[in-house]
Design a protein around this ligand. Structure first.
Ligand code: KMH
Ligand code: ZN
Length: 270
């Protein structure tokens, strides 16, 4: 098995400070959280940013500040969210890609998202994949439903995505695939041989599915974007606490955690 890549999704677009007061929202808070997550064992951050009111934004200048700060203070792989919030337009979602992060997220299908709809129709995902290819940004394929795997393979056939693909199974979103072990096994069996994958379990599924990924040779995403609790009814103190737990579990299972340079090789980043 490869070493374990731990990805920190520190902020997201939906979580608020009312949900967990430790949510990093300002550029300074997000940069500090990234530094803490790196020390705890993360090798990549999946980035969302907020405006000065704490609302999700795809503003390039806010992203620039955060990306530059993280690059200055760490060697983390920076992945920018091209998913944004459900209210963002396609143009807004694509805007921060001008910063040419090493990776960006690419959701390959539309899904109900709580009471909302996360829109990713076929023409939009083709445009997003094309833009990432033009900018030499490696996509992380965000899969909220098993059919999105096939949609990604269609983009491969169209010449818009290059194999091997890297998948992130986002599991347990109300409206998407449930966060069960059975569903994770189905996802893993469905992706093409040679792909890499990680799991982002929502809520309590973060711990169970993350532990499964450690045992199965996958990789793990944790953080307040997906889960604000450390245990039932107990808020996590910070993102790094969730990263540190995964690193500890990996050590218990005898699976070393990847440094960012090693993660770049595992995920075939240039
Ligand atoms: N906030 C969700 C609507 C991504 O970052 O690419 C979309 C999302 C996926 O978080
Ligand atoms: Zn995200």
């Amino acid at each position: 098995m490869d070493k374990l890549v731990i990805v920190a999704a520190m902020t997201g677009a939906e979580t608020t400070k009312e949900n967990n007061p430790a949510l990093p929202v300002s550029p300074e808070e997000i940069i500090r959280s990234a530094v803490e997550c790196r020390k705890a064992g993360a090798s990549m951050v999946h980035l969302h940013v907020r405006d000065d009111q704490g609302r999700p934004t795809q503003d390039v200048e806010v992203f620039r500040k955060v990306v530059e700060g993280i690059r200055r203070e760490t060697d983390l792989i920076v992945q920018i969210s091209a998913g944004g919030a459900v209210t963002a337009t396609a143009e807004e979602r694509l805007a921060p890609l001008v910063l040419k992060p090493e990776m960006a997220s690419l959701t390959t299908g539309t899904v109900n998202f709580g009471d909302d709809v996360f829109m990713n129709p076929p023409s939009m995902i083709a445009t997003f994949a094309k833009r990432m290819k033009e900018l030499s940004i490696r996509p992380e394929i965000e899969v909220f439903e098993v059919g999105m795997i096939n949609n990604a393979l269609r983009l491969v056939k169209m010449g818009l995505l290059d194999e091997p693909l890297h998948f992130d199974f986002v599991m347990g979103v109300p409206g998407g695939i449930p966060g069960t072990v059975k569903d994770l096994l189905h996802m893993v069996e469905t992706i093409p041989a040679g792909s890499t994958w990680q799991v982002a379990g929502v809520g309590r599924a973060e711990l169970t599915l993350g532990t499964m990924a450690i045992m199965m040779g996958g990789h793990v995403r944790v953080g307040f974007e997906d889960n604000i609790f450390y245990s039932k009814g107990v808020l996590a103190e910070n993102n790094a606490q969730l990263v540190a737990r995964m690193a500890r579990l990996a050590a218990e299972f005898g699976r070393p955690v990847a440094e960012p340079a090693e993660a770049r090789q595992i995920l075939r980043l240039k």
